[in-house]
Design a protein around this ligand. Sequence first.
Ligand SMILES: *[C@@H]1O[C@H](CO)[C@@H](O)[C@H](O)[C@H]1NC(C)=O
Ligand SMILES: *[C@@H]1O[C@H](CO)[C@@H](O)[C@H](O)[C@H]1NC(C)=O
Ligand SMILES: *[C@@H]1O[C@H](CO)[C@@H](O)[C@H](O)[C@H]1NC(C)=O
Ligand SMILES: *[C@@H]1O[C@H](CO)[C@@H](O)[C@H](O)[C@H]1NC(C)=O
Ligand SMILES: *[C@@H]1O[C@H](CO)[C@@H](O)[C@H](O)[C@H]1NC(C)=O
Ligand SMILES: *[C@@H]1O[C@H](CO)[C@@H](O)[C@H](O)[C@H]1NC(C)=O
Ligand SMILES: *[C@@H]1O[C@H](CO)[C@@H](O)[C@H](O)[C@H]1NC(C)=O
Ligand SMILES: *[C@@H]1O[C@H](CO)[C@@H](O)[C@H](O)[C@H]1NC(C)=O
Length: 358
Amino acid sequence: MIFTSSLLLFFTCTWMLSECIVEEDIYALVGKEAKLYFDYNLDWNNINIQNDGGVLASIQKKPTDMKISFSGKNGIDAKSLPETNKILVTIKNVNSSYNGNITMLETTTGLPLKLWRVHVLEGLPANPVIKGSSPTWAGQDYELNCISDSFGVVSKYLWYKGGQLLTSSTKYNVTGNKLTIGKIRPEDSTNLTCVLGITDDIRSNNSAVFFVNVWHGPDNITITSEPPGFTVEDGKPITLFCSATCNPPCNFQWSGLVTAMEASIKVDYNASNQNGPYNCTATNPKSAVTNKKSHIVFLNSEKYVTSAIIKTESTKDTSQEEGGVSGLSSGGRTKDSNLLALFYMVLMISIPCLKTVV
Ligand SMILES: *[C@@H]1O[C@H](CO)[C@@H](O)[C@H](O)[C@H]1NC(C)=O
Ligand SMILES: *[C@@H]1O[C@H](CO)[C@@H](O)[C@H](O)[C@H]1NC(C)=O
Ligand SMILES: *[C@@H]1O[C@H](CO)[C@@H](O)[C@H](O)[C@H]1NC(C)=O
Ligand SMILES: *[C@@H]1O[C@H](CO)[C@@H](O)[C@H](O)[C@H]1NC(C)=O
Ligand SMILES: *[C@@H]1O[C@H](CO)[C@@H](O)[C@H](O)[C@H]1NC(C)=O
Ligand SMILES: *[C@@H]1O[C@H](CO)[C@@H](O)[C@H](O)[C@H]1NC(C)=O
Ligand SMILES: *[C@@H]1O[C@H](CO)[C@@H](O)[C@H](O)[C@H]1NC(C)=O
Ligand SMILES: *[C@@H]1O[C@H](CO)[C@@H](O)[C@H](O)[C@H]1NC(C)=O
């Protein structure tokens, strides 16, 4: 039972009576049933269930088989539930006159044994709304709130991810009406809804769907060519393709020998002065200054050199930043440096001897 913890059982030991009174909050919708439960095993033989308006029900314990005899007002019923060892008193068609306390008194001793604080609700809670700073950058903790008027009643908030109830885990922390998604990643993009529950029966409808949109990238920047392998031949064109993943989609810009605003460029390779650099820069349109990566290619009939220059804020997730092919031969070098909040990485790799066939 999801709501057992929210039933708010208070055990108040009153010194005067040297007796423990169980107090419980009960919620019921106007026109529906209010259900009062108590233990058959409590120390009682004859009890009255009563409120300001008088006695609602009188119950007598029978010595065998958890049986009871009962008399009560119209619309009130009592039965024993042997499987749970409890007695259930049902008040049908409740109205606001039931707001307040209902007590259970042992009639022979006059001692109170249990108190229910009855809350009659005029209607279901309004549909909640999910609020979050949307969208968010990958790598950050992301916090969402389920907002609803809960009539000031202590309630349970339930979150659903793609229709499935979310339980707290290292990834998802559900605390009160707050959901925190730790170190959000692109693949955590999802549809969420939330529900406000007061009891198992009294719960709001689903909130509207909230799409968790994770901004990320540029990731995995790379340059490829057609013909492949950066094979160049004087007088033959070569097309360079730059790719990277971003959300929202990356913008691409070429600088160096060719200036262009597209993802691919065509080079009419006909002289060694066209060897390079061909510098592709991918930027995330939401943060073109900090979320930017470049990749450089030099064309050469003898060899080609690539280098990746990665410049992002250190607060961003840098784990997915690629450094290209690892050093293979003389001339390959790697340099890392942290400058203030900037993470700046330069990788220069040269791969020798991609000889062109003449
Ligand atoms: C509430 O219900 C009781 C019993 O069903 C009835 O006597 C009373 O008139 C009702 N009060 C209101 C305000 O409707
Ligand atoms: C109901 O009982 C509580 C004790 O749990 C008491 O503080 C409160 O005043 C009572 N309310 C009414 C309306 O009698
Ligand atoms: C969940 O969040 C609450 C408050 O935001 C925090 O106190 C608690 O430590 C977090 N739990 C986990 C498992 O991270
Ligand atoms: C979210 O819901 C929309 C439509 O309601 C659907 O198109 C989209 O694929 C869903 N996204 C995810 C990540 O489930
Ligand atoms: C909740 O959903 C039910 C059934 O779909 C609908 O009849 C009711 O109007 C909804 N309640 C609200 C507050 O939107
Ligand atoms: C980057 O490439 C790796 C390896 O192919 C892949 O696992 C990862 O999902 C890619 N990252 C993104 C954001 O596309
Ligand atoms: C060499 O290529 C450039 C452009 O890249 C072009 O303008 C020029 O005509 C070409 N020269 C020859 C000899 O093909
Ligand atoms: C490549 O282009 C980007 C964007 O214009 C620039 O920041 C970077 O310094 C360039 N790299 C080189 C090695 O010129």
